[in-house]
Design a protein around this ligand. Structure first.
Ligand code: ADP
Length: 154
């Protein structure tokens, strides 16, 4: 059986921290689908379509990494993609607590999908989308935090 995983997130924007998790995940799974979701808590700054295109450009040399947008429950997307794994990254205790509940809930709804966690690479642990968004909104250059050119931003 092929090991198919989805790596869901808001990715608003997709950062080098996300890139690191995706590349490390691609060494574990036969196929990794990066899934750009809606964040119901806040309006996006970088549109889903723009992020999707940038992710696709980032991984042109990784045939096992794909990317999609979605607007449904992550487990429903996983089922549609025939994924048996959900990949998430853990940076700190806050991520851990949050992820524990989601993983448990997902497991209860669909028993056959396992959530797999990778710890953040220490030198990237401080990179998070909210901070990158904030400094961008105040006019600071964010190029060093993202793995693609910030041209044509929508
Ligand atoms: P959310 O899904 O909570 O909106 P994000 O889109 O920011 O979160 O991130 C998606 C996933 O990537 C989450 O599992 C998050 O913990 C992980 N992640 C975010 N930034 C990093 C980082 N710097 N290193 C490792 N994992 C990260």
């Amino acid at each position: 059986m092929k090991r198919i995983a989805i790596y869901p997130g808001s990715f608003d924007p997709f950062t080098i921290g996300h890139q690191d998790i995706a590349i490390r995940g691609s060494r574990i799974f036969d196929k990794l689908i990066i899934a750009v979701g809606i964040n119901n808590q806040k309006k996006r700054l970088f549109s889903q379509d723009w992020v999707l295109e940038k992710i696709k450009n980032t991984f042109t040399e990784y045939p096992s990494i794909e990317a999609v947008c979605y607007d449904e429950l992550t487990i429903h997307l996983a089922q549609k993609c025939n994924a048996n794994f959900i990949l998430r990254g853990i940076r700190d205790g806050k991520d851990f607590n949050f992820e524990t509940s989601i993983a448990a809930l997902n497991k209860e709804i669909v028993g056959n999908i396992e959530t797999i966690f990778l710890f953040a690479t220490p030198r990237l642990v401080h990179i998070n989308s909210s901070l990158v968004r904030e400094i961008y909104q105040y006019g600071e250059d964010i190029q060093q935090f993202i793995p693609y050119e910030l041209k044509g931003r929508s």
